[in-house]
Design a protein around this ligand. Structure first.
Ligand code: ADP
Length: 477
């Protein structure tokens, strides 16, 4: 549950919603409070201005003192009621209260003392005589007698009712909107994730048995369609690799069956009656040949599986392919002589960075084939040279092995690099596993190189291996 996308989406949405909602509420609350306070301030300013104007007119008639004494008697409405929450008072230049609205004077109260001297109108929120929260203006006005300071104050309780009720409405609305949001997000995420569920159930139906099935991307959302096509591509790769494995297994069993059958039939026939020592020796020789063939096949299968699993540890070193070819010639000369085939090596040294054992194995295989599939009195011409780049520094080391053998039919030239593939015509010439060239190609490609073949049926073949020289060997390894 905690790990479900739906749950996480709901939590995220609610967190964002709560933050936005709370932020908006705080902003609107203070904005409304500001508006309300400024309305009260405007009202206070107008009240004080009216009083000040009244006194200015009286001063013009020389009756300021008289009017000051009578000013409180002009108060009406809330200003005339005791502690009504609406007050005014006038202070003399030395800070003495000279006039009070009856709402103050009846109960002998005063507005809070003015803090400091003010030149302009000053607004503040204070505690009134009845302990109420009030907004108060303090404004000095110049007269002939000196500065008179006018103060007026209004209770904020009524005005705050609006702010408080706004806050309460928001607080009541919030849980309702919160619950609605949870529901909404649940529904929306449910709908949004439905295609993903359908998609995953489709994937769940694909097993080893129906790897050829594909996820239909028609009708899938834009976000899922690329996922479906990537998945289909992965399925295609998996299917290919599965079928290659199956093919490999069946080819391997097929190849091993022949020598096994030979061993069994020789053993059966020989053990069918008493034999002479010579006959037992003959049978053992034939069994030994078949066992050797099986060993060769099994060894090659092992090499291939290690190459596939990439568990072969290449040991890169600077190696001269010309030196390797000299070793190969030395190794295979007896076999070539046995088939009346002449080996000729020429060329120059070509140093590459590579694994000596792997490259020796690959080149030996090619020359071995050139001898195996050759004709009596045939030749194998081998050259080592550099190619590409700016002379004398070639970009590639190139080894070519040309024979005068049976050749390879055109349609078969690419297939001979497949596992267990053998050209039918060559089956009559010699035994083989059909694994050698596939190992050769894997080794050459692991070194960043490539192998090509040119051939003319009945006249011979030329195998060309190109390896990047990669001479940037700073460690000199
Ligand atoms: P193997 O030689 O054990 O059969 P390879 O993988 O080395 O297996 O070769 C695959 C097939 O390619 C051989 O069976 C043969 O038909 C063909 N082939 C390889 N090299 C040559 C060659 N030099 N001349 C003619 N045919 C060849």
């Amino acid at each position: 549950m905690l790990k479900s996308i739906k749950f996480k989406l709901v939590i995220w949405c609610l967190a964002v919603f709560s933050l936005v909602f709370a932020g908006l509420e705080i902003y609107l609350y203070y904005k409304l409070e500001g508006v309300v306070i400024s309305l009260v301030d405007d009202h206070l300013s107008t009240s004080v201005q009216s009083l000040a104007n009244l006194l200015t007119i009286e001063e013009a008639h020389g009756q300021l003192e008289k009017e000051l004494a009578e000013l409180s008697s002009t108060a009406t409405g809330d200003y005339a009621k005791s502690l009504s929450g609406h007050y005014y008072q006038v202070l003399s230049p030395d800070g003495e209260v000279v006039v009070r609205s009856p709402s103050l004077s009846i109960s002998g109260a005063s507005l809070p003392a003015m803090k400091g001297i003010t030149e302009t109108a000053k607004y503040e929120t204070v505690t009134g005589p009845a302990g109420e929260r009030m907004r108060m203006i303090t404004k000095p006005v110049r007269y002939a007698v000196g500065h008179l300071t006018f103060q007026a104050a209004d209770d904020l309780a009524d005005t705050y009712l609006l702010v408080i009720s706004f806050r309460n409405i928001i607080l009541y609305i919030f849980p309702a909107v919160f619950i609605l949001t949870i529901g909404g997000v649940f529904v929306i995420t449910g709908v949004a994730l439905k295609p993903l569920k359908r998609f995953s159930s489709k994937l769940g139906q694909i097993t080893e048995e129906n790897l050829n099935a594909r996820v239909d991307s028609d009708g899938l959302d834009d976000e899922l369609a690329p996922l479906a096509s990537s998945f289909n591509m992965m399925l295609a790769r998996l299917e290919g690799s599965f079928s290659r494995q199956k093919q490999f297994l069946s080819d391997a069993s097929h190849e091993l069956r022949t020598p096994t059958s030979i061993i069994r039939s020789y053993c059966d026939v020989t053990l069918g009656k008493e034999r002479t020592v010579k006959e037992y020796k003959e049978t053992l020789n034939k069994v030994s040949t078949s066992v050797n063939r099986m060993c060769e096949i099994i060894n090659r299968i092992l090499v291939i599986s290690r190459l596939d699993a990439k568990t072969i540890e290449w040991k890169p070193a600077r190696i001269d392919l010309f030196d390797i070819m000299k070793d190969v010639v030395k190794l295979l000369e007896p076999a070539a002589a046995g088939k009346d085939v002449v080996l000729k090596l020429k060329g120059v040294s070509a140093v590459v960075k590579g694994d000596r054992e792997g490259l020796t194995e690959a080149l030996t295989n090619i020359v071995e084939n050139a001898i195996k599939y050759n004709k009596p009195d045939g030749r194998v011409d081998m050259t080592v040279k550099e190619d590409g780049g700016i002379a004398p520094f070639g970009e590639f080391a190139v080894v070519s092995v040309a024979d005068t053998g049976i050749g390879i039919p055109e349609g078969e030239r690419e297939k001979i690099f497949d596992r267990f593939y053998r050209v039918d015509a060559s089956r009559g010439v010699t035994v083989g596993s059909g694994l050698g060239l596939s190992i050769v190609r894997t080794i050459v490609e692991a070194h960043g190189g490539g192998i090509e073949v040119e051939s003319e049926t009945g006249r011979g073949s030329t195998f060309v291996v190109r390896l990047p020289k990669n001479l940037d060997l700073k460690n000199g390894d």
